[in-house]
Design a protein around this ligand. Sequence first.
Ligand code: SF4
Ligand code: SF4
Length: 291
Amino acid sequence: MRSEEILQDEVRGQKAAWIEQVIRDFCATAANSLENGTGEKAWGEPRVAFARGDDPLYEELKADIGPFFWTPAEAFALAFPDAPLPAGRLAVISYILPQTEATRADQRRENEVPAERWARSRFFGEAFNCELRLHLAAALTAAGFPAVAPERLPGFAYRQSERYGLASNWSERHTAWIAGHGTFGLSDGLITELGKAVRFGSVVAAIDLEPTPRPYAGHQDWCLWYARGTCGACIRRCPADAITEAGHDKQKCFDYIRNVTTPYATEHYGTGATPCGLCQVKIPCEARNPL
Ligand code: SF4
Ligand code: SF4
């Protein structure tokens, strides 16, 4: 390897380490909270991965999901209309925030509605996640790497995909898959090295980073159902019968969350948002890659 390539790798490594530290430091603040009066954190230790802005999977997703789906370059151009950049000059930073053991343990005891800790992580924890997205984008921009959190753009919205029904124009889960965090399971959740009981966030930045290797070929490789024809535990966990051998019925899931779990959480826990996630625990892929 030539010396300038070695130097370039070293600089990329330093930038990656700095980004990880920005995320970790923010997760260590009091803002990462279940807001239950005990100072308990909403999320455990994060995990960070990087994708190329011009990864061809983004264009494939756009063709598959619909023209409303943003590529990283499109999301970046919305934030910086006077200084758009080609996809090859961009990187996507994707992170995972894992549910804590206490939250997962509570949720494992529930069969019909989410546990209070889970509802709190969905509400207060996701509010923190929104802050984290913005904090990371601001830190990068201040350091000279213009950045945007697509999910925080005013135009972020759900649309009707001809093929998939309701779909958002930026997908944190698909970004995590492209960045090498994991693959999809029967229930549509992403199975990561930290399992499926996680939430995701991402930022697109004008920065040169080494993409994280994707240790899989197919998009469902880590699900026991698709890999070995076994398991199906998430089917039994869903009280709405929204998961079957055919996969995840988004409409049934949406209806159950809107009509049952959200009103329950609002009335009993005083939280907002739309919690459920019963299919994310008490399963082999809850907190690990089951393979
Ligand atoms: S519970 Fe089993 S079938 Fe469902 S996503 Fe996880 S590994 Fe796949
Ligand atoms: S999130 Fe949806 S699929 Fe999962 S258990 Fe709840 S209703 Fe079922």
